[in-house]
Design a protein around this ligand. Sequence first.
Ligand code: HMG
Ligand code: MG
Length: 302
Amino acid sequence: MKLPSRVQLVDVGPRDGLQNEKQPVPAAVKIELVHRLQAAGLKEIEVTSYVSPKWVPQMADNHEVMSGMQRQGGIRYSVLTPNLKGYEAAVLDRPDEIVVFGAASEAFSQKNINCSIAESIERFAPVVEAARAAGIAVRGAMSCTVGCPYEGEIAPERVGYLAGLMKGIGVQRVDVADTIGVGTPLKVQAAIEATLTHYGVDAVSGHFHDTYGQALSNTLAALEMGVWNFQSSVAGLGGCPYAKGATGNVATEDVVYLLHGMGIHTGIDLDALVDAGAYISAQLGRPSGSRVARALLAKRAG
Ligand code: HMG
Ligand code: MG
């Protein structure tokens, strides 16, 4: 077992974290969140998505957020694009990376993006081609790699199959996502193993929702395989509108605490990150979903 010495985190809070909020979150708040995340040392931020506003109203202000934020050099700003229509709108806002998002489960693909896995790949192919021709990086999110809210357990072979399709259309790196947070370490490792038949370990990231409280264990299980890219959400915000009952991503604060405690570098200032989480939690009017943030805030108050 050789743990990585450095981990790169993508904070997906502004996108995955906020997409499911019922009350509209003002674009100015989303922009302030991005600013606070970059001030805390995040080098990758998933800002928004260019999806149908009828499907996900909360992301309808994508242009306002992308054009309103002050970018810092050396930071990769990514956005979700499910089809060419989304890509064409996104590209005007100059993302550094676009994310196509497919699923290892047919039923989830239908519910989330209204098409089969095969059709999704047909839609993604011209998006990937256009992005790469424009010098924009391309990531592929793979949902339901261990479990699906509609189909139950998902076999690793189906993850491998999807990873192969992503590779075939030129997706440069992929996220192994546990959309509904049902995974446990050995199952997550099997999903990663299946992905590694098509992608090198440097091109695989872990995206774990924490619905069942397993996300940190799953993160450690992925680290043990040499995975060093992860997605997490400040204050543990989030959930997918098409995965009922699924809660947010593992909190970035919790992952950073875990990593720093193990001597693994992230470049992130945990105190500043806790402040960013406190800011968005106050805006949403609820306590942070991060255990580490709550503990550190209580310690500060005392
Ligand atoms: P559809 O209805 O099949 O699309 O939706 P369509 O091509 O038939 O078009 C229907 C209407 O949508 C048309 O408008 C299009 O113009 C419009 P109308 O003529 O009716 O006024 N439209 C769009 N508008 C804006 N942007 C677009 C776009 N495309 C079409 N890109 C579609 C298909 C993919 C658009 C829809 O299903 C959709 O928007 N789904 C988004 C679902 C979503 O955002 N889910 C959450 C993100 S994924 C996630 O959270 C998982 C992840 O975190 C990993 C994990 O945890 O698993 C990534
Ligand atoms: Mg997600």
